[in-house]
Design a protein around this ligand. Sequence first.
Ligand SMILES: O=C(O)CCC(=O)C(=O)O
Ligand SMILES: [Fe+2]
Length: 495
Amino acid sequence: MALLSPHVSAYVAPQIFIFALFHVPGVISSSSSSLGLHLQPYDFLYYSGVRAYFGGEWVKAAELLEKSLLTKETLFKVRRECHDECESAGTNALHKLALSLQILSCKQSCVTQVATRPGRVSAQEDFLPTQLEHLHIAQFKAGDFTGAVKTLRSLLLFYPTDKDNLDNLQLYSETLEGDKESLSTQPQQEALFLGWCDHLDDDDTMNGTNRVVLDGVMTEKECDTILQLASAAGSVGDGYRGRRSPHTPHETFEGLTVLRAAKLGQEGFVNESDAKLLHELGERARTLLHSYFRSPSGLYVSFTHLVCRSAVAGDQEGRMDLSHPVHVDNCILEPETKLCWREPPAFTHRDLSAVLYLNDNFDGGELFFTNRDAKTVTARVKPSCGRLVGFSSGPVNPHGVTAVTRGKRCALALWFTKEKLYRDMEREEAEALWSGRAWSRRSRSPKVALHREEADAARLQSSNAAEEVSGHRAAGTNSVFCICSEHTGPITKGV
Ligand SMILES: O=C(O)CCC(=O)C(=O)O
Ligand SMILES: [Fe+2]
């Protein structure tokens, strides 16, 4: 059976430990605090398994990788205990949102607990599915088709719509037609449990890690206030008035930044308190998401944009376009190669993205996430007042917005950075305006300005260096300039 492609090296390449936002020692679970410092039994088994894998010793690799997942003191067991601790420790929280945040955050720390290898400070993203993928290949190569089908089914719990995995399952069922025993295997029980628990929201609208949906972040009244602010600013001139969207000719686009709102407030065109609310919402989202993802470093707002997209009346027939095409927020996605280039003109300093929705009285306008092929949809989020979606800005999260075919869809788009240099200076200018302090771009500390320029120059330099290794790029292999996916790459049908 020619099931898997020979892309084993690309497949295994995510051994590169990518820069991860989510290294989080446990807050609730005290056992998490020692994470990553000591070799666990599953670490020995895992490393030996990986060594055998690279050596092409498929039987040995399959045995060791499976043991690492399944025997006593294993990864699955540690993960389950951690989850149980999270559930029981969460009962003291007062507020429903705080409670769900606390539990979700705790569970997120369980993900990183087993994914942070000794001596590393950051977690290997999507560690568990990656290990299952390795195990699957090893079992297949070793001729253990029963095991391979079982592992593939476990893997599908994490990525139920992954096309490559579904194709492989289909190939197994065609090839092993008479082998009922192999084909009827079920996923690992523990994977069943963890697969579902990795869906970090309460209602299964999201699919995969590094994403969260929180409801109730704004009241109805606050949503109305911000919607009015958007209309008022749009009518006095938000810089976009009446313009078509930059993404599609079938919609118009209105946008408002915090500073513009603050200035319109000073000039008496909008309520100053509404502009201040817009500013405060960025901080609210930042606090919630920083707490949820528990990044050990600081998190700064790097840009806030209140955006309304309106369907152009009479121009909606047979629309095939998107309100916002599939993209990644901090790198340039190449769906053909599934690589994502973290270089200008991408906003490479973005670490975390968020959208705070304000209304639902329109048609279309759903946020959706895809695999790196920019086609396979893995999750959808329907906007509604006070719904906050947060996700890492990197290539694990290609996303887009479906066409808005009736009405006006408004949302507050927010991006956060861990680099202080890239914090949003406009917010500071707005704060200075409200406090009556003089502020000008010049009054920004020259040191900071200089550092920013230096940082930009450094980025440019590294992107030039990236060009120098363009051979890598053409060959489609991973290079150090490309942030590799949490969701490991191609298993395609072989020849
Ligand atoms: O409005 C949304 O739901 C997402 C917008 C977005 O992805 C962006 O502005 O980068
Ligand atoms: Fe985006």
